[in-house]
Design a protein around this ligand. Structure first.
Ligand SMILES: [Zn+2]
Ligand SMILES: [Zn+2]
Length: 346
């Protein structure tokens, strides 16, 4: 089969690899139908994720068909259409019992990281019963690719951890795919105002069509002044960080109001300043977490019933074997006006 293989920082190739086989009776082999590229994959390509070794097939999102199921897999059979979770969970360890699948002792985020991933014609999924979801018959499978990672990540790390409530004023920093997925799922709770902050006017424009009430371009506007003018100088109830750099996290600390929640979603590579001298008395909560994909079933229902439409995050389509070009488009997001790309295995 063909797959996208990481060969050290800056090096990748679409090349021949052996088709995966069942190793444990709880495994399933999936023929990929559709997959996508994640911001995390770009981090991997830069060499930022040392657990990814030379020769690894990357990718942790996708939908497909069960090609073969191990003897111990009871919930899925050959031919079933499935959504692949970016988080693999054994369902039995201490963390899985606490619904912290991200910290599963035998799984967590291993796909396209410690084991071969989904940017391939076939992928082996361990603990298939706990790591796959049935796709409803007439579902939009492209839309469901957004449920492998970005929707549960945005919802769990941003909206749930941020405790978004009806009537809240919330700010989302970063209007990339994750920030926009926060914007979509925050509206389950009917916040009064959603302020979107980014440096790309195109993305801010998209955010407005997704339901943002205010858009601030932080490269040429004074964010603090604007947020304070929108909030009667009170600051926001919830600030959700969806970028992963010190400036954007520290911005959350500046715009948060008394009693507010700062929910971190971004992947950080550097330490940030904690302005405790101003925050100590403000009753604020700062949260961090990994996505557990514990809400995937719920999100599937909201997509099936068309309460939300994550397909609007998809801007580009490619054949799977054209993945190198897809990477270029995804990487040059501002120039290409790209959000999520869909790769189809024909
Ligand atoms: Zn991802
Ligand atoms: Zn586990």
């Amino acid at each position: 089969m063909k797959a996208l293989v990481y060969h050290g920082p800056g090096k990748k190739a679409w090349e021949e690899k052996p088709k995966p086989v069942i190793k444990e009776s709880t495994d399933a082999i999936i023929k990929i139908l559709k997959t996508t590229i994640c911001g995390t994959d770009l981090h991997i390509m830069k060499g930022d994720v040392p657990s990814v070794k030379d020769g690894r097939i990357i990718g942790h999102e996708g939908v497909g068909i069960i090609d073969e199921a191990g003897n111990a897999v009871t919930n899925f059979k050959k031919g079933d259409h499935v959504l692949i979770s970016c988080i693999t969970s054994c369902g039995k360890c201490e963390y899985c019992k606490k619904v912290m699948y991200s910290h599963c002792e035998k799984g967590g985020w291993i796909l396209g990281n410690e084991i071969d991933g989904t940017q391939a014609e076939y992928v082996r999924i361990p603990f298939a019963d706990n790591s796959l979801y049935h796709i409803p018959v007439d579902a939009d499978e492209e839309a469901l690719v957004m449920l492998s990672d970005i929707l549960p990540t945005a919802f769990e790390c941003g909206v749930l951890n941020g405790q978004v409530k009806p009537g809240d004023v919330i700010a989302i920093i970063g209007a990339g795919p994750i920030g926009l997925a926060v914007l979509i799922t925050a509206q389950f709770y009917t916040p009064a105002e959603i302020i979107m902050i980014d440096i790309d006017d195109n993305r801010l424009q998209v955010a407005k069509t997704f339901g943002a009430n205010q858009a601030i371009n932080s490269s040429n506007e004074n964010v603090l002044e604007k947020v304070m003018s929108f909030t009667n100088s009170k600051g926001v109830d919830v600030a959700i960080e969806a970028v992963g750099i010190p400036e954007t996290f520290e911005l959350c600390e500046k715009i948060i109001g008394a009693g507010g929640h700062i929910a971190n979603v971004g992947v950080h590579g550097k330490s940030v300043n904690l302005y405790l001298e101003t925050l100590w008395s403000k009753n604020i909560t700062i949260t961090t977490r990994l996505v557990d994909t514990a809400t995937t079933s719920m999100l599937l229902k909201t997509v099936s019933s068309k309460k939300i439409n994550p397909a609007k995050l998809i801007t580009h389509h490619f054949a799977l074997n054209d993945i190198i070009n897809a990477y270029d488009t995804f990487q040059n997001a501002a120039k290409e006006k790209s959000l999520k790309v869909i790769l189809t295995n024909n």
